[in-house]
Design a protein around this ligand. Structure first.
Ligand code: GLN
Ligand code: ZN
Length: 768
């Protein structure tokens, strides 16, 4: 009989119950026991839901109050010194302090760093380690949750982050190699495995997603060493081990993964179906194959007939007892239950599957493999839904296809090179040396958010809402004029979110009411669903930019979200390649850029904060991704005259490995995040002679702290050591929407003054 298993279930709850419970606890409303009871109720509900959906072996310890990597650090006592005292007295408070910092009488603890979990939009907390540190099995969370499920009559497979991935995902504070700590860490894993076996766990799942990335010799050796200890003779009592890999193909790590002394291997056959053959060949006889056949990262129904072909092939090789069916990865990255979704129309809903539905799909597949007649109805319904989707006129737009087919290289190329454009732009814009600007948004005050909510719920008419927005915009323009900024922005008061705002106005996008996915801790996002060919029925932002420009003689910067960022932060179609969808978005944005220009907007910024996070997990695939990503940006921005100045913005500081592609985007001006790293990122520009203009951020908008003029002058001087004065812009790190007006005003005043001081210095130097 074929077994259906799951690698992990979303923990936030269909209605974001965990978010609510956490926030009540953090605000002091609920005590620890109340929070724990809410968490236990969610776990119980999710285990029962999985069993009801047909899962034979659901996971346990996939739940987390904040993050599974933080859980692992806490479990093995990898608690940095600064939290130790608190951890002895109030472990849960210390856990949350590691997650989100803590400020209360006499305590000021900053949080661990947070970063992206592989190429997902989930963020994990980065454990801080140092050479020579000790580990210990400090907690019993995996054990407790296994027993909790058992008491409900549900036999689970505990999930742990594997030791090698844990170390490689951590950072060391002393520059030492984290893998050196492996031998210190392993005894705690051995101890935990023994305890789990004793509690009745027959299998344990060790997640080692690092196995789908490029590994050096030290990492390979660490895998061999770790699993020799965990899986080999040294561990006397232990559950069987399922080594779980996901998010890509094992490729050159396949031999390694197959050689480790474990009892089962999970592979991702959604991202990498082509690896099945090689995996079956490499996997020793008697070893379980867990086949990840249903996409854990997107919201479309699975093509069950295709999945069944792979499953049958695997079954022929392994036999039914050694084949498990599973989602490609943990369902953490999918919303919970489509049956609760009220906002989508019936047709669209019939094309989708959320976590619960994905598990039901696995059941159908297993039943089909085992020859149960009941599977037929499920397969037939799946075929009908996929056929309907394929044929739906909502998916295909011949005009979009025709336009894409007509694209030529010239469409991704400005008319002239930067040197010539620069001359035209300087004549048109008449900007001073070291021009000042901001990144786009100004404070989204309570007043702004309340007006939007009132309008959404029908309590504020469109006319009144727009009048309110005009008033906010006008106020923002006056503020910027008073501050003396050179290139102004309208403030983005009309926008809820930088992707949603555009998605709502584009064809081919849909929005769920309940499609929440955890981003980090209690924070969730509801990504738009791109279901069809993308086009722009009418201008999206021109009205606001034109209005704002009418209020001032200074240049008003138009403000758009770039094609790669829109793509990256949405659930994308699975019936065409990502690059094609991205080009469609680029064409829609190109129309908007051209319309802005026609409306008299001479500076247009196209934000691409997500371009770096789209990088494939394997270096070998970077080139092709960067090529189409850069091309999409260029398609959206190349329709304008030389005199129109194109800006882009990115808010991260790791540029070294993509600097050539950033330059290839050929934006006239790029603004980037730098202030927190004290301009460290400029290293990239020392080695690479960036040809166009740059605004390295001098004001860290992620902090309520207001930097003074001297501090900004200092940062600008650092920048001037690497960049020519004619190249340099002066601006904050990112948009100001999360800040308040008083701090914004104070910081921008200092920023304008800093620019003026250096401008005067440069003038003196020129005279001298
Ligand atoms: N223009 C956007 C803003 O100012 C950019 C946001 C971002 O970079 N994430 O808010
Ligand atoms: Zn930004």
């Amino acid at each position: 009989m074929t077994t259906v298993t799951n690698l992990g279930f979303p923990r936030i709850g269909a209605k974001r119950e965990l978010k609510r419970a956490l926030e009540r606890h953090w605000s002091g409303e609920d005590d620890t026991a109340t929070l724990q009871a809410a968490a236990a109720a969610l776990r119980a509900r999710h285990w029962k839901l999985q069993v009801a959906a047909g899962v034979d072996v659901p996971p346990s310890n996939d739940f987390s109050l904040y993050d599974q990597v933080l859980d692992t650090a806490f479990l093995f006592d990898a608690i940095p010194h600064r939290y130790r005292t608190l951890a002895e007295h109030e472990p849960l408070a210390a856990y949350f302090a590691m997650a989100r910092g803590l400020q209360r009488e006499g305590i000021d603890l900053h949080a661990l760093e947070m970063t992206k979990w592989f190429d997902t939009n989930y963020h994990y907390l980065v454990p801080e380690l140092q050479a020579g540190q000790a580990f210990a099995l400090r907690g019993d969370k995996p054990l407790a949750e296994f027993r909790e499920a058992k008491s409900l009559g549900i036999h689970t497979r505990p999930v742990l982050l594997g030791p090698v991935s844990f170390l490689l995902l951590a950072k060391t504070t002393d520059g030492s190699a984290a893998l050196e700590l492996l031998d210190a860490l392993l005894p705690s894993y051995v101890q935990l495995l023994a305890q789990l076996a004793e509690a009745g766990a027959d299998w344990v799942q060790l997640d080692e997603p690092l196995l789908v990335q490029d590994l050096d010799d030290a990492a390979r050796a660490a895998f061999e060493r770790a699993y020799a200890v965990l899986g080999g003779a040294a561990a006397q009592v232990r559950p069987k081990i399922l080594l779980a890999t996901y998010f890509g193909a094992l490729d050159d790590n396949l031999e390694l993964a197959a050689s480790l002394p474990v009892e089962g291997l999970h592979v991702d056959l959604v991202r990498a179906p082509e690896q099945l053959d090689a995996v079956l060949k490499a996997l020793p006889a008697g070893r379980v194959l867990s086949a990840g056949l249903v996409n854990g990262r997107n919201i479309w129904r699975t093509h069950l007939d295709n999945a069944l072909i792979l499953a049958r092939y695997a079954q022929t090789d392994r036999g039914a007892d050694l084949l498990w069916l599973a989602p490609s990865c943990s369902l953490l990255h999918s919303p919970v239950d489509l049956s609760l979704e009220k906002k989508l129309d019936d047709e669209l809903r019939s094309w989708l599957a959320f976590s619960r539905q994905k598990l039901e799909e696995l059941r159908v597949l297993a039943d089909a493999l085992d020859g149960r007649p009941s599977a037929e109805a499920g397969l037939a319904a799946n075929r009908d839904a996929l056929d309907a989707r394929r044929r739906s006129p909502r998916v295909h737009n011949p005009a979009v296809a025709a336009r894409l087919a007509a694209l030529t290289g010239a469409d991704a190329q400005r008319h002239s090179g930067y040197a010539q454009r620069r001359v035209a732009q300087h004549a048109a814009l008449q900007l001073p040396l070291l021009p000042t600007t901001t990144i786009g948004s100004f404070p989204q005050t309570l007043e702004v958010r309340e007006a939007r909510a009132k309008h959404k719920s029908g309590k504020l008419s469109l006319a009144d809402y727009e009048a309110f927005l005009e008033q906010q915009t006008a106020h923002c323009v006056r503020e910027q004029e008073a501050l003396g900024l050179d290139v102004l922005v309208h403030g983005e008061f009309e926008r809820n979110d930088m992707v949603e705002y555009f998605g709502e106005q584009l064809e081919g996008f849909a929005f769920t009411g309940n499609g929440w996915v955890q981003s980090y801790g209690s924070r969730c996002v509801k990504p738009p669903v791109i279901f069809g060919d993308v086009s722009r029925p009418q201008p999206m932002t021109v009205r606001w930019s034109r209005y704002a420009q009418s209020l001032t003689r200074k240049p008003m910067k138009g403000m758009l979200t770039g094609p790669v960022t829109v793509l990256q932060w949405s659930f994308v179609r699975d019936d065409q390649e990502r690059d094609l969808t991205c080009r469609q978005i680029a064409l829609a944005l190109r129309d908007e850029v051209n319309d802005l220009e026609a409306a008299g907007i001479g500076v247009i910024q196209v934000d691409e904060p997500a371009i770096r996070e789209g990088l494939p997990l394997r270096r070998a695939q970077w080139r092709s991704y960067l090529d189409w990503a850069v091309e999409a940006f260029r398609i959206s921005t190349s329709g304008v005259r030389d005199a129109t100045q194109v800006h882009t913005h990115m808010c991260y500081s790791e540029f070294n490995d993509i600097i050539h592609s950033v330059a290839a985007m050929d934006a006239d001006v790029i603004s980037i995040e730098t202030s927190r790293s004290r301009m460290e990122l400029l290293d990239a520009f020392v080695r690479f002679n960036y040809p166009n203009e740059i605004g390295p951020g001098v004001y860290d908008i992620h902090s309520p702290r207001v930097p003074d003029k001297a501090e900004m002058v200092d940062l600008l001087r650092k920048a001037l050591a690497v960049l020519k004065p004619e190249q340099l812009w002066v601006n904050p790190d990112c948009g100001l929407k999360t800040r308040g007006w008083p701090e914004t005003r104070a910081a921008l005043q200092a920023l304008v003054a800093a620019a003026a001081e250096l401008r005067a210095e440069q003038a003196d130097a020129n005279v001298a």
